[in-house]
Design a protein around this ligand. Structure first.
Ligand SMILES: Cc1ncc(COP(=O)(O)O)c(C=O)c1O
Length: 463
């Protein structure tokens, strides 16, 4: 399988190169040249197959001959052995509502599904090709810990994660800083998340530095993350359909960067019988406005009770745009140009009709989130995290659909306490964090200070 850039400026590359490249060298996002089909046999067999079996069937055609099938199977087994639930992403009934729990990985968030796999995939490719990688990222809380959990202890990988000092929740901070593996380097920046993000971008733009230290990213633009997330759509379908290819299932997806819901779109593109895909946003509703009006226009970012979705520009949206404009990179470039010149882009009426055919969308306010957490708790005794509550609230008036549960509620206990007066009991991976030993450097929000710190740490680690 070969991969192309949404902006058309990358010579087609194989799966391994696409994974190592992350963001296309032309600034675009990578997509497969063609989309393999889910065959009727796989649909029929899916109720009997485990998550890991389904992952192998979904991933193998996208990986092509880049990795032998047995090695891919091992990578998948090893990636999901860290999950605390034997079904990996169990489908549970909360009252009448089916909920797909994606939070049984090592950091209790859906990102583990992709990042556990990506960490092992990186390690496999680096060992095979004799490379090294320095992962650099800024986090506002959640992605950092999932990325660290994905690569901790891996010999050929060093990871540096910047977080804003004192501005992530104590649990989130400890999830990162209590990981003491020698290849994990946390940096608390005396500044904001944006300061950290700015420094990371500046270091990626310093090409000699980037090349010397083999800088790489793990954010949701990496194709392998989308690939891993496609699996659970098929898993849920298999559990509810009885394998009947005529059975159509709808999903509601709490959405920020458009990665998770794009994985659902790709699963549908592969031929999974998906009926509706409902995009559920919080007050940061650029995607809901786009689905309703055909205009994509960033507004201010508002802090909400579902902070991982406080996003205005959705980094994976460009992938959808590529399909929407008929796989035409020139049309993608033109819309992105319009966006950077005017702060907005508008698709044609015909394209807007396609968008409305592909997605439903709804924006949910914080008071509605609190009410939903309370209502679900009172009726069923189940505690929703605020991100999942955005989805459940959006879905409640729209008929049957599976809601994706993207985080364990104990990660967001302030909102839970506000809603129902008690906290969700933490799962084992979140217990005792506040008492554990930590390691973290604290630096000024200064590019040079971070560059120096990375240099000296890597020099010390290579001795
Ligand atoms: C808990 C949680 N829910 C939902 C989302 C939204 O996912 P996406 O950004 O892929 O749309 C995120 C993303 O960070 C998240 O952390």
């Amino acid at each position: 399988m070969r991969y192309l850039s949404t902006r058309g400026g990358v010579e087609p590359v194989g799966f391994s190169e696409a994974v190592m490249m992350g963001l296309g060298t032309d600034g675009g996002l990578l997509l497969p040249e063609s989309v393999p089909r889910v065959g009727p046999d796989l649909l029929r067999d899916s109720p009997r197959l485990s998550f890991q079996d389904l992952a192998l069937e979904i991933m193998a055609p996208f990986v092509g001959d880049a990795i032998p099938r047995e090695d891919l199977a091992d990578l998948i087994l090893c990636s999901y052995a860290t999950f605390s639930h034997p079904q990996v992403t169990p489908l549970v009934r909360v009252g009448a509502q089916p909920i797909l729990e994606l939070f049984h990985g090592p950091t209790a968030a859906f990102k583990d599904v992709a990042l556990q796999f990506l960490g092992n995939l990186f390690e496999y490719l680096l060992e095979r090709d004799g490379g090294r990688l320095t992962i650099l990222g800024a986090t506002s809380g959640d992605t950092g810990s999932a990325a660290i959990a994905g690569v901790r202890g891996k010999e050929r990988i060093q990871i540096f994660i910047l977080h804003p000092a004192g501005r992530v929740s104590p649990i989130q901070e400890r999830q990162m800083t209590t990981v003491l593996d020698a290849n994990v380097h946390n940096i608390a920046i005396r500044g904001t998340f944006d300061d950290g993000q700015h420094i990371v971008k500046a270091l990626f733009n310093d090409l000699p530095f980037k090349q010397q230290y083999h800088l790489g990213a793990v954010n949701s633009i990496n194709w392998a993350r989308i690939l891993a997330q496609m699996v659970y759509y098929l898993y849920a379908w298999g559990r509810l359909s009885g394998g009947d290819p005529g059975y159509r299932l709808s999903f509601c997806v709490p959405t920020g960067n458009f990665g998770d819901v794009f994985a659902g779109y790709m699963a549908k593109h592969m031929g999974l019988p998906v009926d509706r895909l409902l995009i559920a946003t919080n007050r940061n509703d650029i995607l809901t406005r786009f689905v309703t009006t055909g205009i994509y226009e960033a507004g201010e970012v508002h802090p909400t009770l579902s902070p991982a979705m406080d996003i205005q520009i959705a980094s994976n949206f460009e992938r959808y745009l590529y399909y929407l404009v008929g796989e035409d990179p020139a049309a993608v470039r033109s819309l992105l140009g319009e966006m950077s010149r005017t702060g907005r882009m508008q698709v044609t009426q015909g394209q807007h009709a396609t968008v409305a055919h592909d997605f439903d969308a709804d924006a949910v306010t914080d008071p509605q989130v609190l009410e939903q957490i309370r209502r679900t708790w009172e009726r069923t005794g189940y505690i929703l995290d605020p991100h999942t509550a955005v989805g459940v609230r959006a879905a409640c008036s729209r008929g049957d659909m599976v809601c994706l549960a993207t985080a364990h509620p104990a990660k967001f206990n302030e909102a839970v306490r506000e809603a129902i007066g008690i906290e969700a009991p933490p799962p084992p991976c979140l217990q005792g964090l506040l008492e554990k030993e930590t390691r973290c450097a604290c630096l000024d929000a200064d590019e040079e200070a971070v560059r120096d710190h990375i240099r000296t740490t890597l020099a010390a680690n290579s001795q």
